[in-house]
Design a protein around this ligand. Structure first.
Ligand code: NAP
Ligand code: MG
Length: 498
């Protein structure tokens, strides 16, 4: 790769960054009480883009107080479901109006290709707000045919779970914001959101849209800060009713312990080590392009990334070769370059982590078919990497790398039960894909795989109407679809003696 060329930002993104963004608490843009800030970096060049407030427990306390007031005594709770719906729809419209600006800020902050952000991240967030805008008027209870002696009117109501803390990761900063904020608003909750320290910028720009849309003050509060301080304070806060977390399994377990103090509701979207299984009858062009994209998209920093690729022995060589060719063809560079489709990893920490896995793959005897190295000395670039001759005992096969590294293994058993055993040989259960033209094999495998989502002839699928989440150590609960509305509401049962 040649020296990194950094394209100019558009005028709108420049204007936003020139403001030195602050946090949003109770409708006001504020510094941290401590006055501390932390730098936000461009992962392609390691340059500091700006500084944002380093919120801590004191700021979280202020934000939770504001969210409580907005829930219990502000105009938010008195809005009709139809009016709430309009506000959420408007947020989708405003995001859509600023697609280019959000795509550029996201790309600069995270490193991801701006073309992907413009095509996937921002439009995905738009459709999440538009879909969730339909829920306020559809959240209903039931009347219940009770048999107790006498005359009764028994029914249920769905009420907002209350003040929610939302802690999100850096891999899809705006996308994860939308997955959490949109349904919480639809349920009538109020929010304290903590973006990842690496990628706070689109959340802060989104805060401006919250105000522009006319969402009342205190309904959405955004506290930038570190996980160990701001994140931990939110997870253990006694006046937060629910915490929704996306991130590593390790921190997810910490969230569960922190939530125990007031038994707040917890939903978790955690790590994965998702299998893609290619059967010999698959359309190989489709399967090779699809499984390559399933690991190299977003530089492999996708929770559902197909990091374990299983190919039937009869097509194994073709699959390894095809995915390696795809890896060697990516265009690597600064995310803001519209022709680039493979950017840097998000941070120095992530770069070191992935390069550690590359070292261990060699020492454990994997064959590096292509890639296997970090790139250059500036920016957090690594090569898309294909490892063959891998097996279940290797660290690279067992642990989540969260980088563009695929471990290919062959299977020669036509017994689907045995194939499923390979696929399920992991502590995670987030996602999987099956590549075949045989409907019987596709659907039987979908049943046998232990994961929250299974894709057939595609991977990394998401849609607002499609519930998403993990089994095993990949999480608790589901986001999206009607299931997410259950996780942001409490059911109240009412019995009236007539
Ligand atoms: P992470 O450390 O778990 O961070 C995720 C979020 O939690 C960040 O906002 C982080 O803040 C915060 N946090 C960290 N420590 C905390 C604590 N003690 N209490 C409360 N919050 C805390 O994850 P990462 O290493 O940055 O991101 C990569 C991981 O996320 C991968 O393992 C990946 O699988 C997982 N992930 C899962 C999904 C999914 O949908 N299942 C999606 C994306 C990522 P800071 O940024 O300040 O540390
Ligand atoms: Mg972290």
């Amino acid at each position: 790769m040649n020296a990194i060329h950094k394209p100019e930002l558009g005028a709108a993104a420049k204007l936003f960054l020139a403001k030195a963004p602050k946090m949003l608490i109770d409708g006001k843009w504020v510094d941290a009480i401590s006055g501390e800030t932390f730098p936000v970096e461009d992962p392609s060049t390691e340059e500091v883009i700006t500084h944002v407030p380093a919120g801590n427990k004191l700021d979280v306390d202020r934000a939770v107080e504001a969210a409580r007031r907005a829930l219990e005594s502000g105009p938010w709770g008195r809005l009709s479901p139809g009016d709430r719906s309009k506000l959420i729809w408007r947020l989708g419209d405003l995001l859509e109006k600023h697609v280019d600006e959000f795509a550029e800020i996201e790309s600069l902050d995270n490193g991801k290709p701006v073309a992907n952000a413009r095509r996937d991240d921002v439009p995905g967030a738009v459709s999440m707000f538009h879909y969730m805008a339909g829920w306020p008027q559809r959240l209903s209870g039931e009347t219940l045919p009770v048999s107790s002696p006498g005359d009764w009117h028994a029914y249920t109501l769905r009420e907002p779970v209350g003040v929610v803390g939302q802690i999100i990761p850096w891999n899809f900063p705006l996308g994860m914001l939308a997955w959490k904020v949109a349904p919480a608003l639809a349920a009538g909750c109020t929010i304290v959101l903590k973006p990842a320290e690496q990628t706070p910028l689109t959340a802060l720009r989104f805060g401006e849209l919250v105000q522009e849309a006319g969402i009342p003050d205190g309904v959405v509060n955004i506290v930038t800060g570190y996980g160990e301080t701001a994140g931990a304070a939110l997870a253990e806060h006694p006046d937060v009713n629910k915490v929704a977390f996306t991130g590593s399994t390790e921190v997810g377990k910490r969230i569960v312990r922190a939530a125990a103090g007031n038994l707040k509701r917890v939903s978790l979207e955690l790590g994965g080590k998702s299998p893609a299984i290619v059967f010999p009858d698959a359309n190989l062009d489709l399967a090779i392009a699809g499984t390559a994209n399933a690991i190299f998209y977003n530089q492999g920093q996708t929770c559902t990334a197909a990091s374990r690729l299983f190919a039937h022995r009869s097509i194994y060589d073709q699959v390894v070769e095809g995915v390696s060719v795809a890896a060697s063809k990516v265009k690597i560079g600064h995310g803001l370059d519209p022709t680039v489709n493979f950017g840097p990893l998000v941070s120095r920490e992530q770069h070191q982590r992935v390069s550690g896995f590359l070292d261990s793959s060699r020492s454990e005897g994997a064959e590096v078919v292509t890639g296997g190295n970090v790139i250059g000395t500036r920016g957090y670039f690594v090569e898309p990497t294909v490892l063959a001759q891998t097996n279940r005992d290797m660290r690279v096969v067992r642990e989540e790398i969260f980088g563009p590294v695929v471990c290919v293994q062959s299977f020669d058993d036509d017994d689907l039960e045995a194939v499923a055993r390979f696929a399920n040989d992991t502590e995670y259960g987030l996602s999987a894909s099956v590549w075949t033209q045989d409907l019987r094999v596709a659907h039987l495998m979908a049943r046998k795989i232990k994961a929250g989502t299974v894709c057939i002839n595609t991977h990394n699928y998401a849609d607002p109407a499609w519930p998403f989440g993990g089994s095993k150590q990949s999480g608790w609960g589901r986001e999206m679809g009607k299931e997410v509305m259950e996780s942001y509401t409490e059911l109240k049962s009412i019995a009236a003696r007539l």
